[in-house]
Design a protein around this ligand. Structure first.
Ligand SMILES: *Cc1c(COP(=O)(O)O)cnc(C)c1O
Length: 394
């Protein structure tokens, strides 16, 4: 077992654990004591793989980006998670969790969603499985993420505005938690990234690990080796990066590169560059790195991409940073937008602005011409059209 796998008590080095109110303990404990046995069973694996293939459209291609490679003087492969059903990697996890919820005998699903991408991925699989879905969202986000709210509703979900509390970013999570405490028997809470109390980070990483499993297989057919020199991914909470890194965590020859959102710049107070300005603390049920004031108040993050606009990172990534196993780069809004337009013009692929943060790293590393670089293209840019238009420089 690698030191980058979660420990029995739910830790990655100094980070992780389950810091939850006592009233939530039975729910989380039910999950913790059952998840491994269920998700590693042959029956579960068969159903999961079948849906990934026939519903999500996996395996996603590993595409050799020839013009992009020429531009950066190295060999760049794009792992095309943007081609997943619903347009991003998030559905890999929601499929896994809803199958698990079924096995646990649950009938309802709750989720909280900021930008709405996770809400859409959750509402999608609830429709697929005929399960009731309640999505909690901050009132402000319901306004600015209107298309995703309507998508969720079309898919049959009940979208609830989190209005209580201080209207901070934690409200939607708190409302979902409250619902779960009151309905422990029939409800499963689907978390959308490698965050939250143990076992969520490990569970989500395992569902997303299909990404690196496929990369190894696909690379071995076109190169002499099944391990690249670099794997690059963007990090919001960290689930697409966790999936892309997973089967390479123990392979020191593979450099793991994470791109965080520097927003207007890490010194400006308007960023989401957690590893650069964050400190150790407890966020959403786990000990991790988060952006906070001196007295421990969570700092409101900023990123041009909704999916990276999160004040923390998952505990696995906090450990990868702490142990220097992964290298972190902070990419500004402007750098990401330039990289997004560059990929569009060089390869005919308009990336999600989250993924464009990973692309912007290409300009910051001195690659050898024989290096094999795999970049995880986490999502497609359709949802970001308004942002591209507003930015306007293309
Ligand atoms: C949500 C999202 C992300 C960020 O989430 P992670 O858990 O860090 O992967 C990245 N890219 C896209 C396209 C997303 O929708």
């Amino acid at each position: 077992m690698s030191s980058f796998n979660v420990s029995d008590t739910g830790y990655y080095g100094n980070f992780g654990g389950a810091y939850i109110p006592e009233m939530l303990f039975p729910n989380v404990e039910e999950l913790r004591s059952n998840y491994l046995e269920i998700i590693t069973s042959e029956d579960f694996q068969n159903q999961f793989e079948q849906l990934l293939e026939t519903y999500v459209g996996r395996p996603t291609p590993l595409y050799y980006a020839d013009r992009l490679s020429k531009k950066y003087g190295t060999k760049i492969y794009l792992k095309r998670e943007d081609l997943c059903h619903t347009g991003a990697h998030k559905v890999n996890n929601t499929i896994g969790q809803i199958l698990l919820a079924k096995k646990l005998g649950k009938e309802k699903i709750i989720a909280e969603t900021g930008a709405g991408q996770h809400g859409v991925a959750t509402a999608t699989v609830c429709a697929l499985m005929g399960m009731e879905c309640i999505g909690y969202m901050r009132e402000v986000d319901m306004g600015r993420q209107r298309p995703n709210v309507e998508r969720m509703k079309i898919l049959g979900a009940d979208v609830k505005a989190a209005t209580s509390g201080s209207k901070t970013l934690k409200d939607a999570t708190n409302e979902a938690m409250r619902h779960w405490i009151n309905n422990p028997d029939d409800t499963h809470y689907i978390i959308g990234s490698v965050v939250g109390p143990h076992p969520y980070p490990d569970m989500v990483a395992r569902f997303q690990s299909v990404i690196s499993k496929e990369i190894k297989h696909q690379l071995s057919r076109v190169e002499n080796s099944d391990s690249p020199d670099y794997v690059i991914a963007c990090v919001g909470g960290g689930s697409n990066a966790a999936g892309a890194f997973y089967h390479f965590l123990d392979d020191d020859n593979v450099k793991l590169i994470a791109a965080e959102a520097a927003g207007h710049g890490i010194e400006t107070g308007k960023s989401a560059a957690t590893t650069f300005i964050g400190k150790s603390g407890v966020l959403h049920g786990s000990k991790t790195l988060l952006m906070q004031t001196k007295d421990g108040q969570v700092v409101e993050p900023h990123s041009i991409s909704a999916g990276l606009d999160y004040p923390g990172i998952g505990p696995l990534h906090a450990h990868l940073f702490d142990s220097k196993r992964a290298l972190f780069y902070a990419i500004t809004d402007e750098e990401a937008m330039i990289a997004g337009v560059e990929l569009s013009k060089l390869e005919g692929i308009i990336p999600a602005i989250e993924s464009a943060h990973a692309l912007a790293v290409l300009d910051k590393i001195k690659f050898d011409q024989n290096d094999i670089v795999v970049l995880n293209l986490s999502g497609r840019g359709d949802k970001d059209l308004e942002t591209y238009i507003k930015w306007g420089k293309y």
